[in-house]
Design a protein around this ligand. Structure first.
Ligand code: FES
Ligand code: CO
Length: 328
């Protein structure tokens, strides 16, 4: 499964602690996250190699992860360093629990289950992260009963605004989607010139405005929306971005975060999250109603309109990349 060689977000950095392990699931694999004495995040298979107990039910002792059942301790990287029932025994290198590679970025902990080397196996790009003129706030997690590709496709889709987000991102009076450009990139797909009239395009909108976006798929389960600055607003000049980062938990369920990178330094984190939350809880019930749960990659499986060119390009990209998790 190619997805195993990609980096996926599994938790927010602040949730991974030095005193309590955290249980997560990625691509149906149970994973335990914890932090060693140096503060470096660790990810292990959440199953003790001794008698199969869940390591995430254990605790962290002297910078090692201790199994809840017989107290075996595992150090960073997975080596067993202590078997309390045989105190003088030094466990050999073969006595270890499988550990996974971990990185932290965008306030999230990223894990990959298998080594891989191609460019598409880097963390998904999020250019706004490096821009100090933009403030970053994470929103989520949302546990959604939908496949990761269905959630990405919803994020790329402007033609639902007038219906799902009526009075917010769209209205039933302005539903036409002007032609936009779609092109492949080295790591995904880019749509430019996406325009819509939005009654309430952000927290500060006081009147309807025509907004322009670009949408970029940056990895199979990651996408970035870039707001092209509006003329005549106090916030013009900054290319605000919203990253959508999804943990594919099972083929039918996902954990979702949004990374907001905004020029608004006055509003509270809660106010910024509240707007994004309002929008996403409008999407969630429709997303969870879609059948099949898996995103169909056969172009004949669902019907399309000219407004769906980005979604069709995303499906072709998943197919060409050999993605199998969450698609059919
Ligand atoms: Fe983990 Fe025995 S099952 S120490
Ligand atoms: Co929506």
């Amino acid at each position: 499964m190619i997805e195993n060689t990609l980096w996926h977000p599994v938790a927010q950095s602040h949730e991974v602690l030095q005193d309590t392990p955290l249980s997560v699931k990625l691509l149906e694999q149970a994973v335990v996250l914890w932090r060693n004495a140096e503060g470096v995040a660790q990810a292990f298979v959440d199953r003790c190699p001794h008698r199969g107990a869940r390591l995430s039910m254990g605790r962290i002792e002297n910078g090692n992860l201790e199994c809840p059942y017989h107290g075996w301790q595992f150090a960073s990287g997975g080596q067993c360093v202590k078997i309390p029932a045989v105190p003088d025994f030094v466990p050999p290198p073969s006595q270890c629990v499988k550990s996974f590679a971990v990185q932290e970025a965008c306030g999230l902990v990223w894990v990959r289950l298998q080594e891989g080397e191609s460019a598409s196996e880097q963390l998904p790009a999020f250019a706004a992260e490096a821009d100090e003129h933009l403030r970053k706030v994470n929103c989520g997690p949302y546990d959604v009963a939908a496949s990761a590709p269905r959630i990405i496709e919803n994020f790329l889709d402007m033609s639902h605004f007038g219906f799902v987000h009526e009075g917010w991102l769209g209205s039933r009076e302005t539903t036409a989607i002007p032609t936009y450009k779609v092109e492949p990139t080295a790591t995904g797909v880019l749509a430019t010139g996406c325009k819509a009239v939005q009654p309430q395009s952000n927290l500060h909108s006081t009147q309807a405005a025509e907004v322009e976006y670009t949408y970029e798929v940056t990895a199979p389960y990651a996408a970035v929306l870039t707001k092209i600055p509006e003329e005549g607003t106090s916030r013009q000049g900054w290319r605000e971005q919203i990253g959508l980062f999804i943990c594919p938990v099972t083929p039918d369920t996902s954990r979702v975060w949004f990374r907001l990178a905004v020029a608004d330094f006055e509003s509270s984190d809660e106010q910024l999250r509240e707007f994004q939350h309002t929008i996403f809880v409008q999407d969630q019930p429709v997303l969870e109603s879609q059948l099949p749960k898996a995103l169909p990659l056969d172009p004949r499986a669902e019907m399309h309109s000219a407004a769906d060119r980005m979604s069709s390009a995303y499906r072709r990209y998943l197919k060409a990349g050999g993605i199998t998790f969450g698609v059919c």
